[in-house]
Design a protein around this ligand. Sequence first.
Ligand code: NAP
Length: 264
Amino acid sequence: MKFAIVSKGDQKSNTLQQRIKTYLQEFDLQFDEEEPDIVITVGGDGTLLHAFHHYVHRINETAFVGIHTGHLGFFADWVPEEVEKLVIHIAKTPYQIVEYPLLEVTVRYLDDMDEQKYLAVNECTVKSGEGSLVMDVEIKGELFETFRGDGLCISTPSGSTAYNKALGGAIIHPSLPSIQVSEMASINNRVFRTIGSPLVLPQHHTCMLKPVNDVDFHITIDHLFLLQKKVKSIQCRVAEEKIRFARFRPFPFWKRVKEAFVTD
Ligand code: NAP
């Protein structure tokens, strides 16, 4: 089996990265940063996001496992003290693959530029280049509302504990293939009206955002920031592709939520 290790880049994570590399090579596993079967991330959830986008072209061949060197993460749930145990698991035991839904974002343009497709692990956010964001929100091909406000966040179930949660969105179990549309400070008065509640859409219900006036936007895909010009539409839906995690022991999602947000 071929492995790669992505570190957050701080000293603690880099030291651990070296230790894991040495251990796995002692077990005759092959270090291969080009075509790894398994990618071990050392750092936090943000490190997993970076690793995912680095290896997105190998989405069906690569599985991820995360070690956190800071606080407990949703994607990084092994602690540094468990590294030896994890290494033995990776080297000796066939692991279970757990797949989580992703968000597919397709940006289409007013000029001849080819459409761009992105996959997000957590979310896509859309904000205006200048002033309030004004966009028609279509659901399944029907106009649902015209949104006016700071921005919109379209998240995956596993991203529901990230930016979406800060926007008052619901936490969604990753076994539900769905996307959630949540608002950032919508303008609601006698003239302008939006639903005001986060919307959870099932697989194959597409959410299409269409500019009303301004056609330049700030879009994020997870940690990636993209300035998009002359946008015709932004289409969001549950992706066909999934992110694959190597699972060596059960760690139920709700237990993770409790440990991350409720108890110490
Ligand atoms: P960052 O601003 O350095 O850190 C964002 C924080 O979100 C980190 O503490 C990170 O955990 C945590 N996080 C990432 N994915 C998560 C998940 N699925 N569930 C719970 N927490 C999660 O940015 P970054 O590390 O590059 O990560 C980009 C992400 O930041 C975006 O995808 C977005 O979700 C999030 N974000 C959140 C807000 C907000 O809550 N107001 C605003 C902007 C962006 P670690 O410390 O373990 O890495």
